[in-house]
Design a protein around this ligand. Structure first.
Ligand code: SF4
Length: 368
């Protein structure tokens, strides 16, 4: 575990990252060394279930084999650079990719089930006006190993902390996983879906899709693709404006896929029994938080509400230098919520976590 605010040595860059390989690929990798299939299972479990840091920690493998493999492979190529800890217990993890870019993940502890928020891209190309990540632009898509590596690193750190606190056999905590960090996950569709399948593997992290939520700004064709996946997360949609005029301004993606197309994609999305799509609505003082906006949301979501297929999270904006907005005041938030709840739209106000370490929603803007 790294002490908060402490810098660590960089991970050496090696060609094959074991985190990111599925069971078939792991078997093919070990077969290069003329190793039987059970070796692949051992390595797979060590990487994902036991979350080893290095090949040397895979004691099930003969020492000579570990040594040979480590000439070309490593567990992951993600360097944990810094950890920031909030007064509310939230932690922000800053990583350096082997290609030099920075990404972030956030740990949000809760008594019952904690949440890990991960990134799917370094930067983001979508330019939402209320988001700091947008100001970075897109650097590149993350690989499955880099996506899964964020989760593994956060869990390792949590376990190390439990050990330091005297816990002899720290258990893997129950977690919810949200793809709401840096980037638009549906613009990195194939790698994100591979990561979700890896994460769900019972021989590995065993985080079931019902505990995973993917948030999109509204990449409509990929919403249809997501609906066809056998193993898929819950769908969340960043709405943040109830009409095209305002959404075109706040979220430029709306000019490509306007609200009518987005709502139709949500209506066509195949939901399981009692599953709902979550709409996220960032409340910006004096911009999108008037009563008329709440009434427009009700109109917009009417066909989804008729099927009991939607709920909405209101997220007071997290201010940051460089962002031209302020959060809505408390009375406004309550009034907005009451209008929505009055028409039986399930509406929740999400209180910010980790604002003091810029770990809250829209505040991730990793720099090294
Ligand atoms: S809100 Fe999400 S989609 Fe929009 S710029 Fe930020 S990271 Fe990208």
């Amino acid at each position: 575990m790294l002490p908060v605010g402490f810098e660590c040595e960089e991970t050496p860059i090696l060609n094959t990252e074991l985190l990111g390989l599925d069971r078939t690929e792991m078997a093919a990798f070990l077969a290069q060394y003329q190793e039987p299939a059970f070796r692949a299972k051992q390595v797979f479990r060590a990487c994902y279930k036991r979350q080893v840091r290095t090949l040397d920690e895979i004691h099930e493998l003969p020492k000579t084999l570990r040594s040979v493999i480590s000439e070309t492979a490593c567990v992951d190529n993600l360097s944990l650079t810094q950890i920031f800890e909030s007064t509310d217990g939230t932690r922000r993890y800053l990583f350096k990719l082997k290609s030099g870019e920075a990404v972030e993940a956030v740990w949000i502890p809760e008594p019952e089930r904690s949440t890990i928020c991960i990134s799917s891209q370094a930067g983001c190309p979508l330019g939402c006006e209320f988001c700091l990540t947008a100001q970075l632009g897109l650097k590149r898509n993350l690989t499955p190993g880099e996506i899964v590596g964020q989760i593994v690193t956060v869990l390792r750190d949590e376990r190390d902390r439990q050990r330091l606190e005297g816990e002899l056999n720290p258990a893997l905590p129950s977690i919810n996983l949200v793809l709401m960090g840096m980037g638009e996950p549906l613009l990195n569709f194939n790698y994100v879906m591979k990561a979700i399948r890896l994460i769900a593997d019972p021989e590995g992290l065993d985080i079931r899709p019902r505990h995973v939520t993917l948030s999109t700004a509204g990449v409509v064709p990929r919403i249809y693709d997501l609906g066809k996946e056998a193993i898929r997360p819950h769908l969340a949609v960043s709405l943040s404006a109830p009409n095209d005029e305002l959404r075109d301004r706040l979220m430029p993606i709306n000019r490509r896929w306007p609200l009518a197309e987005l709502i139709q994609a949500c209506l066509d999305f195949p939901l399981a029994a009692s599953e709902r799509i979550t709409f996220e609505y960032v409340l910006l003082d004096g911009v999108n938080d008037r009563d008329e906006h709440a009434h427009q949301i009700l109109k917009l979501t009417a066909p989804l509400r008729a099927r009991d297929a939607v709920k909405i999270n209101l997220i007071p904006h997290n201010p940051a230098p460089g962002l031209p907005f302020q959060p809505s005041v408390e009375d406004r938030i309550q009034s907005f919520q009451n209008i929505l709840k009055g028409k039986r739209l399930p509406t929740f106000v999400r209180r910010p976590r980790g604002r003091d370490i810029t770990a809250a929603c829209g505040q991730l803007a990793a720099t090294l």
